[in-house]
Design a protein around this ligand. Structure first.
Ligand SMILES: [Zn+2]
Length: 423
């Protein structure tokens, strides 16, 4: 089992099954309905966990909810906690519609405040952090390997969170003193305030997965500063933290990266309303997880056609797959989780049992429902009906045999006939 890692910039081998494999994937900041780009890391993480389980691993998946953040204060002045709670429900409802449901823990910042504060106190004690007027900053100069994840030389790291009182422009906030327009705050030995964004993920990942775990995921836009800072915080504590960093490519809206500052945005709920979960999941399968993916009416229509092509397999008789078909599928996914090639293999197969098993990995079992006969079979049934009405029973029997050969039983009922799959 191999997975490419941003940190080592090469393929990394996973330990032999059963692992265990700890997986942490950064989740949303909850202040509005999440856009479809947010669904990509979620879907990828759920799929990968399902695949690891298929391959004999024990996996724990953690996906955090950022419920204290500048964006929430801005979106709901004076009511940030209520908005965060509401938007958390929206997110869980929206991603729940994919039917993948593999997340073991959805930790929230507000539930782990003690662990976050303890973490910061330890970094101050170890000389990796310092307090300035109620803020606490991480001392980047103390961390020799800083910049390795994002491929920056330590001397060239760009400035973060400008504040003239910092020791070094590169230093980033672990804790922010309370400001008048912020309606939530927690007491700490150096005053009152709330955590910075990066420290929460270090604290949550270590709390739920331990000081060293296998896989850390998230969008490519999180490499710097968010993940560089997470890694620095945990390494400063003497912990290995994540070994493999799995960054998914961005979802682009008609060629442009989607973001709320650009007008073109579709929420997860809107996309699922319009296209349904099966088409949306097939759409995500069509690109390598590490590559960008383009969302447009054209790419979604193409995904819908592919989903229909997979459904069509079950409207026709099953044919045994060639020897080694499942092994080829396995090695395609074992090799850096290559879903486009795995999807191409599925389109070649006609073996119902095998296709159903593969679709189930991606939460696409609904495509395998054998409830609709192909139009050619409906045509045979219609001709049989005519033959019966004309009392040509020999022709009717011949057509029934042809329908059965196609994998269907024709049942006569008072309104005409009904086609059911032969099992
Ligand atoms: Zn994070």
């Amino acid at each position: 089992m191999q997975l490419s890692s941003t940190l080592s910039r090469r393929l990394e081998e996973l330990p032999p099954p059963p692992g265990p494999i700890g997986m942490y994937v950064c989740g949303p900041t909850v202040y509005a309905r999440a856009h479809i780009g947010n669904a990509r890391p979620y879907v990828l993480a759920c799929w990968y966990k399902r695949w690891l389980r298929e391959r004999g691993y024990e996996v724990t998946l953690v996906h955090n909810i950022t419920d204290v953040n500048d964006k929430i204060y801005e979106a709901a002045p004076g009511a940030s906690a209520a908005r965060a709670a509401e938007a958390t429900e929206w997110y869980l409802e929206d991603v729940g519609r994919f039917g993948l449901d593999e997340v073991d823990h959805y930790p929230r910042v507000t539930d782990l405040m003690d662990e976050i504060i303890e973490f910061i106190v330890e970094l101050i004690d170890r000389g990796f952090a310092y307090e300035v007027e109620g803020d606490v900053y991480f001392r980047v100069a103390r961390m020799e390997e800083y910049g390795r994840l994002s491929g920056q030389r330590p001397s060239e790291v760009e400035e973060q969170e400008p504040n003239p009182l910092k020791e070094d422009p590169r230093d980033f906030a672990l804790w922010k003193a309370n400001k008048p327009d912020e309606d939530t705050a927690w007491d700490v030995p150096w005053g009152r305030g709330r955590p910075g964004w990066h420290i929460e993920c270090s604290a949550m990942a270590e709390k739920l997965l331990g000081p060293a775990f296998e896989i850390h995921g998230g969008g490519l836009d999180l490499v710097f500063p968010h993940h560089e800072n997470e890694l620095a915080q945990s390494r400063a504590r003497g912990h290995e933290f994540a070994r493999i960093w799995m960054h998914n490519g961005m979802l682009r809206f008609t060629g442009e990266k989607m973001s709320k500052s650009v007008g073109n945005v579709a929420t997860i709920a809107e996309v699922l309303d319009e296209w349904g979960p099966e088409t949306t999941l097939v759409f995500f399968l069509t690109a390598r997880w590490s590559s960008p993916i383009d969302y447009s009416d054209e790419t979604m229509a193409a995904a819908r056609a592919r989903a229909d092509g997979l459904r069509e397999i079950f409207r026709n008789p099953s044919e045994p797959a060639a020897d080694g078909a499942w092994e080829r599928f396995q090695s395609t996914l074992d090799d850096d989780f290559n879903t486009p090639d795995a999807l191409a293999l599925l389109h070649e197969w006609r073996d119902h049992e095998l296709v159903r098993r593969a679709l189930d990995v991606f939460g696409l079992a609904a495509l395998a429902r054998e409830d609709e006969a192909p139009s050619a079979v409906h045509e045979l049934a219609r001709r049989r009906q005519e033959a019966r009405e004309g009392r040509d029973f020999a022709e009717a029997d011949r057509l029934r045999a042809e329908i059965e050969t196609a994998g269907w039983d024709v049942r006569d009922d008072p309104d005409g006939y009904r086609l059911v799959p032969r099992r």
